[in-house]
Design a binder for this molecule. Sequence first.
Ligand code: BG6
Length: 508
Amino acid sequence: MFTSAGGEERSLLMMIFGGTGDLTHRKLLPALYHLMAERQLPEECSVICIGRREISQEEYRLQARASVAAHSRSGVDETHMERFLSKLQYRRMEFVSDPASYGAFREWLSENEALFRAPAVRIFFLAVAPEHFGLIVSRLRESRLIVKRNPDHRVMIEKPFGSDLASARKLNLTITEALDERQIYRIDHYLGKEMIRNILAIRFGNSLFEPLWNHHYIDNIQITSTETLGVEGRGGYYERSGILKDMLQNHLLQMLALITMEPPADLMPESIRDEKVKALRALRRFAPSGICEGIALGQYGPGVINGRQVPGYREERDVDDDSSVPTFIALRASVDNFRWGGVPIYIRAGKRLDRQRTQIVIEFKRLPGINYYQEFRDQPPNLLVIQVQPAEGMHFQINAKRPGNEFRMDQVELDYSQGSRFQGNVPEAYEQLILEAFRANSSLFTRWDELEQSWMFVESVEKMCDAGMQPFPNYAAGSRGPERAGLLPREDGREWLEIQLPRREEKE
Ligand code: BG6
């Protein structure tokens, strides 16, 4: 039985604004297909995709079938597909230019809702251009499609939430006029990734790590998210966001918050989010000195990736010939509190790099006594690698005796590969996000105060480092990024840790 937080049975009405868009076809429809195939959603469930294009139901279902087949994580089963398509509808609606269309939609929806036996949870998923977020939410409220403080009326909002601190505040004001915080599900799809959800389990479920998780034992933390992909036809969007707003403000800072937060009192969404926001508040802002210190920005030029010649960022469609938008960032962050004082947190992310990889590396301090034994000299430090993607898993690097008559040390790895340990398909991030929104579990979504803190940090980066002053392009596609990025940890006597997973190939 599918229930509300109060334990009563619920059906589901899922409305997707942006029903003809890329996100809907690549991620949302496949996610809904899998959730239905695995009976994670109630039998009484309707998915209504809303778009401005004139498309017949038949045509839309054909397109949906093709999208699910192309992007499903495990192929499709015809029986499940038929059931999924029978619950899918397309509705044309001029949701920007025609306010009256909302009233007509409400009547139609109420008639459909009345056919369900159990009261419905209404989820409105905004997969549209961000400039429409505020407008749609206001109209949903005016037409009483959503009612403030009704916990069964929920809105899921894609990123970016605002384009800077001021616009994010303005958008939040509009949205909170219509909904209270518990009805708002701001998406950061990284929070739905299996290994990101695993951070809490790794940190607080292991007596091996929990007591060591502080500046006494950890030397530095490295968060890396590199992509071989470029902007993939999204040049127009990327020109407005760049790496700072596309990755740093959301995914990278969310990973940082989960790694550095204090243990929450319990695993309730608000307890977790309270601790994340405290960590983000302690994140040191960059001083507006204008000298780009502790930060390296980059933009890719042409180059070769996987044997294929690719254009530079400035040659991409909808990108300015002399664009100063960064596609790479590396920085040294500090969380100024008792737990993390003095521990550098190196972050780097970029497009068109040599490898596709999201990884968090915790480097433990070296044992001082190790040097008293001649044989133990120069052993590498212990490392914990949380491999977010590809090939999710964990890898713990320790030192042990090499087999043989000589007493010689070697570095060995304890390796956990999620794919080999748990066979079968692991749900994609959007499946987890939709399911948890239906279950009213907001811990996988960002609360306003987290976002506000993230924007403050990003603005401090922007103020310190003027991208317009950088010698772009400064790295070739297929490389490891700009030279300056390599120097960042080196200035502190450290190196970026380029971890190659031992028993699993990293997919390109
Ligand atoms: C998105 C960004 O939020 O995250 C993209 O807009 C980026 O530019 C993507 O490629 C990375 O997500 P993932 O799940 O592929 O790591």
